[in-house]
Design a protein around this ligand. Structure first.
Ligand SMILES: NC(=O)c1ccc[n+]([C@@H]2O[C@H](COP(=O)([O-])OP(=O)(O)OC[C@H]3O[C@@H](n4cnc5c(N)ncnc54)[C@H](O)[C@@H]3O)[C@@H](O)[C@H]2O)c1
Ligand SMILES: O=C(O)[C@H]1O[C@H](OP(=O)(O)OP(=O)(O)OC[C@H]2O[C@@H](n3ccc(=O)[nH]c3=O)[C@H](O)[C@@H]2O)[C@H](O)[C@@H](O)[C@@H]1O
Length: 346
């Protein structure tokens, strides 16, 4: 019987987990932990690489198609003996021998995931199926970075993991929301049917250094606009809320989830909740008090409120975020100023 790691009886696998590599069972010498990170050239993935490679017992392989990520995010590791970078699209089969898989590959910013919605669905569905097939073959544990978007435009506030969501199945965001919902389903089906060891993180808006400057997400937009002295574009109505988690806290939560005994899904996010107007005011105050805040049209199906209930993460992972928005914004500002080549006025 597989270990009881899940949150409901019908979610617990009746199959033993697939056998890990014989290398893992070596009596005298245990090899390094080999970790695959799909989407590791992206924003969260590259910070995860940094953290995992601090442990000398870890080897990291990144597989990424560079759609929204870049080699630049990993330049400090290229040529390192415990690091390998593969240009690979997860919608194709990948044959590697690994012990753990952090499966992040997927465009995350709405403007990027809506750019080619069919490809986004292929990435979430076929990509996740491919990674689960790999996990099954090599006996690896796999963690999926799911999203708070599985809750859609939530009718429950704050959102806890038992909420099934309020998602438009045919809207312009559905390629991502529904794609991630199917990815979660696939994870639990491979767990129940094949015993694959799974972990699911439901990530809430995360920000920090290395986000693409023209990424389109709200924190990167406002910071780049404030540094350039442009208007901060608050999309209507401006009263919609989000909860923003600094990337170092996120990486810490993901590793704890991977190393722990719970399948999830577990919300990982910062419960501090802000309206977009409040966020704009805060960015203005901290980065450039001279800029104007303007209101612009929004896109369809934008969720009106979002705030994680992180009781499970606290209890099961001993995790809670440490970095407040006011502490995180200046860290991101510094990184954006360097990349934009605009220093802080004296
Ligand atoms: N940042 C957030 O606020 C947030 C919130 C919820 C969930 N997530 C999830 O976390 C993960 C990482 O998000 P991020 O913010 O770092 O985004 P990101 O866009 O910076 O990173 C995604 C990475 O995946 C790669 N990728 C995309 N499609 C691929 C494919 N078909 N094959 C291989 N690689 C592919 C991209 O090139 C990029 O490097 C995503 O799965 C996203 O859905 C992020
Ligand atoms: O937490 C999550 O689960 C999701 O968070 C974000 O999705 P979203 O919250 O829509 O991200 P943004 O594009 O940053 O939008 C946040 C809010 O800011 C507003 N916004 C955005 C950009 C802008 O310039 N101005 C502005 O007011 C949007 O209307 C929206 O209400 C991520 O990009 C998704 O990948 C992720 O899954």
């Amino acid at each position: 019987m597989a270990k009881e790691t899940s949150n409901g009886n019908n979610h617990v696998s009746t199959k033993p987990p697939p056998e890990p590599s014989p290398f893992r069972k070596g009596k005298f010498i245990q090899g390094n932990m080999r970790i695959l990170i799909t989407g590791g050239a992206g924003f969260i993935g590259s910070h995860l690489v940094d953290r995992l490679l601090q442990n000398e017992k870890n080897e990291v392989i990144v597989a990424d198609n560079y759609f929204t990520g870049s080699k630049d995010n990993l330049k400090q590791w290229i040529g390192h003996p415990r690091f390998e970078l593969i240009r690979h699209d997860v919608t194709e089969t990948l044959l590697v021998e690994v012990d753990q898989i952090y499966h992040l590959a997927c465009p995350a910013s709405p403007i990027f995931y809506k750019y080619n919605p069919v490809k986004t669905i292929k990435t979430t569905v076929i990509g996740t199926m491919n990674m689960l097939g790999l996990a099954k073959r090599v006996g690896a544990r796999i963690l999926l970075t799911s999203t708070s978007e599985v809750y859609g435009d939530p009718l429950v506030h704050p959102q806890d993991e038992s909420y099934w969501g309020n998602v438009n199945p045919i809207g312009v965001r559905s390629c991502y929301d529904e794609g991630k919902r199917v990815a979660e389903t696939l994870m639990f089906d491979y767990h129940r049917q094949h015993g694959v060891e799974i972990r699911i993180a439901r990530i809430f808006n995360t920000y920090g250094p290395r986000m693409n400057i023209d990424d389109g997400r709200v924190v990167s937009n406002f910071i780049a606009q404030a540094i350039r002295g442009e208007d901060l574009t608050v999309q209507l109505p401006g009263t919609q809320t989000r909860s923003f988690c600094y990337v170092s806290d996120m990486v810490d939560g993901l590793i704890r989830l991977m190393e722990g005994e719970n399948t999830g899904p577990i919300n990982i996010g910062n419960p501090g909740e802000f309206t977009m107007l409040e966020l704009a005011e805060t960015v203005k105050e901290i980065i450039n008090p001279k800029v104007n805040i303007i209101q612009v049209e929004n896109t369809p199906d934008d969720p009106r409120q979002r705030k994680p209930d992180i009781t499970k993460a606290k209890e099961l992972l001993g995790w809670e975020p440490k970095v407040t928005l006011r502490d995180g914004l200046p860290l991101m500002e510094e990184n954006f100023r360097t990349r934009l080549g605009i220093s802080r006025p004296e």
